[in-house]
Design a protein around this ligand. Sequence first.
Ligand code: PGA
Length: 249
Amino acid sequence: MERRKVIAGNWKMNMLPNEAIDFITELTPLVKDTKNEVILCVPFIDLFYALLNVQDTNIKIGAQNMHFEEKGAYTGEVSGKMLKSIGVEYVIIGHSERRAYFAETDETVNKKIKSAFANDLKPIVCVGETLEQREKGEQVEVITKQTKLAIEGLTPEQVKNTIVAYEPIWAIGTGKTATSDDANTSIQKIREEIAKNYGKEVAECVIIQYGGSVKSENAKELFTKSDIDGGLVGGASLKAEEFAKIVNY
Ligand code: PGA
């Protein structure tokens, strides 16, 4: 089946609200004719400004994290219900930086995905191996296990609406990209894992992106592979012109 391409920017901890507004003003005309889906995952502080400024455009807005509880004594956290209340559509869950620096586990990732769906948000779930795991030959085992645990207990319909981002950790922010064939093979393994538990029909619907040093020069090579359904873009999503080139690969 023909899956759509989804290109999501992950700004990480960058961009002040005024910069976010300027960025969206510049990006809007550059991507208005694309048939690909365009998402900007922005810091919490920018969400409201970003949402106001993407009205009447084809740009969608996502957050970069959420808590799995709806409310309560969790100082500093933001819930899925809160994100939904202002009109956020997407949320990145389990980014490797959150797993590495903020004690995110397969278990919290699974809880967050369930809470995202309970609040009508679409999760972008990140999986990926470290360089050490890759060198030990554990790559496939790591990414299929992360995938299995992330989606455990979801309904088939929810799985179909989950976006997975395969991001080899050694390729994030390093300028090193997986070769397109390598990324495609890893993504096929993730899809096979989903098929094992949910069947081929469901697995074929899932959008699986590649992430890790995507830029305008390598976007086409990556995104035209059979199983790579777009990308999660960090550094190269911080300049509107460059990000537009990736969207319009
Ligand atoms: P990068 O980041 O494009 O800067 O490598 C990707 C990501 O972390 O999502």
